[in-house]
Unconditional design. Structure first.
Length: 201
């Protein structure tokens, strides 16, 4: 699960970088996003399976289930968005309907998922509470979801110009969101015995 999220995040991290698109070409760049979305969906499905046993439990177990389900729905929207982006030009009249709209819906799902997970986490008021390893992850994950949401809004293509509202902000926030998701995924790649050995006490 962590590997799928880490690789998917890496795809979304490098995809918006102008130098990468220039190096591999627009088609390969679009494929990078699509592959990343498939990896997100794979990780999301595994997360749903992991959270399933606690779906009827009150508290964190149920929250984890709903967060996983909502996030997985978002990844499917990203599948649609990135797939359509491989075949739809930015200047196409149907771009917003085929590409931007599912991207927006996916970002909304991620925001809802991140908010559910953060609300269920240990907090001091609005701020995360220090605790066991990974205490910071719900906050960073939610921040990544916010970045993806801003990216979606900035990526709306104005019909009059055929250009995004702000392509720079769209790319920057996609990279920032992916970096947050990558940071959350990387600790899960550590071998279990190493993670236990590194734990305090």
């Amino acid at each position: 699960m962590a590997l799928a999220f880490a690789l998917g995040s890496t795809c979304f991290l490098i995809g918006p970088i102008p130098g990468y698109a220039e190096l591999v070409g627009d088609t390969a760049d679009a494929v990078t996003f699509f592959v990343g979305s498939i990896l997100f969906t794979t990780g999301g499905a595994l997360q749903v399976r992991a959270a399933a046993p606690g779906r009827h439990d009150p508290g964190p177990g149920r929250a984890a289930w709903w967060a996983a389900i909502t996030q997985s729905a978002g990844t499917v929207f990203f599948n649609v968005s990135t797939f359509q982006a491989m075949h739809t030009a930015l200047s196409s009249p149907g771009y917003d309907h085929r590409v931007w709209r599912p991207d927006l819906f996916g970002s909304i799902c991620f925001l809802v998922s991140g908010a559910i997970a953060y609300r269920a986490s240990a907090r001091h008021g609005w701020l995360p509470a220090r605790g066991p390893a990974g205490w910071w992850q719900p906050a960073v994950n939610l921040l990544g979801c916010v970045f993806f949401g801003v990216s979606a809004l900035a990526g709306y293509v104005l019909p009059a110009t055929g250009s995004m509202v702000n392509e720079y902000l769209a790319n920057l926030n996609t990279c920032a969101g992916a970096a947050c998701f990558l940071a959350c995924a990387l600790p899960g790649l550590r071998p279990r015995h190493a993670a236990v050995g590194a734990a305090p006490g």
